[in-house]
Design a protein around this ligand. Structure first.
Ligand code: ADP
Length: 514
């Protein structure tokens, strides 16, 4: 690779590729960090929703207890007590019975709520036993109460449907509420759950001891509950919450993948830009190189015939040449070199006409056999002078094409010139005219140095000269084949090359048959 190209690669690497890589790595890591933060925020939001449900159910029971305290404190008549209790518990429907007693079980009260009616009794054996079995808990609650902390606790029981809540009332009394768990959830806290869940979340209550779904705001696979919290009031019950429709992980994944796609498209575009920038700059650098080679090649091509012409003309002018034979030889050299000069200048003029878009072709029906014959006739001597064997193969059939006769001759002459230029040991030029299907083919074959495979497509580009093999020994402009290609394109034809290094080349001009 040459130096300027290496430099371009280095610059592109520093200006484009490295920032892309750096940016990619940074984006990737910050993406996952962002997702973690979002997930964290979601989780704490969900936690606080569950907290608010717990707080709400706690508040309900707490309001019952303070209400109850004020009812029990007034030594009301049985009727008045019934009325007050009905007022307190009728709405919730979940409180099944109420037990109030002092710590020595001397003054007891039992109320049972049944379909809106209340039955009062002086005691209740089963609730008394329940408390007695958990007397340590009661003692603890009394001590909490003494320090001013009114705690409500569930009493351990074997019942799966009932919840027994125990708490201290004022005046040294305590109370046990027997609550239907199902009804408590349905009547007291479900409306709160519905209001926090709205359309965004699914909130569920799950009995972890019995592996049972107790309640949920809408039907969904309970396995997907992402955040779980104990329901403070009911031991063994858990609150669960998840996003409706999609899990957080799903949302995060979706966001990550859409971000990733945008990012990859962006990086891809940057890389394509880098690639095109590299290609264009590389082409420009190569063109600059080719142009400078061209100038040096052309100067050399012009200098040699000019030097020869001036040298022989001077010798003749000074009358130093004595014999007519020698003089004739010098005249011949001068005229040959002048021909060479004009051929180079013509090539350059032709090329500049093409570049300026001013090259015009005059098409008419042409018998190609005749054109080839006339090129062969005028080149025969020139070739044999240079020691070449020249073979012309023509078919009997007249092959007509639509062409600019002069341009076709120019193309064939260019090929013959090259065949001569690039032949070293075996000096043979074969000019062949054939027909293949709807094409007329002009072939120029030589046994010269050949063209390496990787160069064969490039030799038709303007200024291009093969850089491998023996070609550097021969000077040229790199314009000949690009002129031929232009001529062939204008004739709606094409040019092909078959060549093997060291064995020779065959150039083929394909014209459409008229
Ligand atoms: P030039 O001959 O002035 O360099 P051309 O455009 O005619 O420019 O040819 C381009 C290149 O193709 C040449 O430099 C040479 O390397 C290669 N080439 C063309 N014709 C032949 C041939 N007959 N044999 C070997 N190489 C050839």
């Amino acid at each position: 690779m040459n130096k300027p190209i290496k430099k371009i690669i280095l610059i592109l690497l520093i200006v484009l590729i490295l920032p892309i890589i750096f940016f990619s790595v940074r984006e990737m890591t910050s993406l996952s960090r962002d997702e973690e933060i979002i997930e964290e925020i979601y989780r704490s939001q969900l936690q606080s929703i569950l907290f608010s449900i717990n707080q709400y159910s706690d508040d309900i029971v707490r309001s019952w207890t303070s209400h109850l305290t004020s009812i029990i404190e007034i030594e009301a008549s049985k009727e008045k007590l019934k009325k007050e209790l009905a007022g307190l518990f009728s709405e919730s429907q979940s409180v099944q019975s109420l037990y109030v007693s002092d710590s020595l079980f001397q003054s007891q009260l039992y109320a049972e709520f049944n379909a809106g009616s209340i039955t009062l009794a002086d005691n209740n054996r089963s609730l008394k036993e329940l408390v007695q079995n958990n007397f340590d808990q009661l003692r603890r609650l009394y001590s909490y109460n003494k320090s001013g902390f009114r705690k409500i606790e569930a009493v351990n029981s074997s019942s799966t449907n009932r919840l027994f809540l125990i708490f201290i009332l004022s005046g040294g009394k305590f109370s046990v509420l027997s609550i239907d768990k199902q009804l408590f959830i349905q009547k007291s806290i479900s409306s709160k759950i519905q209001s926090v869940a709205r359309d965004q979340f699914i909130v569920s209550i799950y009995d972890s001891l019995n592996n049972k779904q107790i309640y949920q705001t809408s039907q969904i696979d309970s396995e997907q509950r992402i955040i779980k919290k104990n329901l403070w009031l009911i031991p063994g019950y858990q609150l669960g919450i998840q996003l409706k429709g999609e899990t957080i992980a799903g949302l995060v994944k979706k966001r990550t993948s859409s971000n990733l796609i945008i990012f990859l498209v962006f990086a891809g575009l940057m890389l394509i830009t880098a690639f095109y920038a590299f290609r264009n700059i590389k082409r420009e650098v190569e063109l600059a190189q080719i142009k400078s080679d061209f100038v040096s090649n052309v100067s050399h091509e012009l200098r040699t015939p000019l030097a020869l012409i001036s040298m022989f003309a001077e010798t003749l002018e000074m009358r130093r040449v004595k014999t007519e034979e020698k003089k004739n030889e010098y005249y011949k050299i001068i005229s040959q070199e002048a021909g060479r000069l004009s051929s180079i200048v013509n090539k350059i003029l032709s090329f500049s006409q093409i570049e300026a878009g001013k090259r015009n072709y005059h098409f008419k029906e042409v018998e190609l056999n005749r054109v080839i014959q006339s090129v062969a006739d005028s080149y025969k001597f020139h070739l044999s002078n240079k020691g070449f064997e020249f073979i012309l193969e023509q078919p009997d059939e007249k092959l007509m094409i639509n062409a600019d006769e002069e341009a076709v001759s120019e193309a064939v002459i260019n090929l013959i010139d090259n065949a001569v230029k690039y032949s070293v040991e075996v000096k043979l030029v074969l000019l062949r005219l054939t027909r293949r299907n709807d094409n007329v083919i002009v072939e120029v074959e030589d046994k010269g140095i050949g063209i390496p495979k990787e160069e064969q497509q490039k030799i038709f580009e303007k200024f291009y000269r093969a850089s491998k093999g023996l070609v550097h020994d021969t000077k040229g402009t790199g314009l000949g084949l690009s002129l031929v290609k232009h001529i062939m394109d204008s004739h709606k034809g094409s040019i092909e090359v078959d060549s093997e290094q060291g064995r020779g080349s065959t150039f083929r001009l394909l014209f459409p048959l008229k």
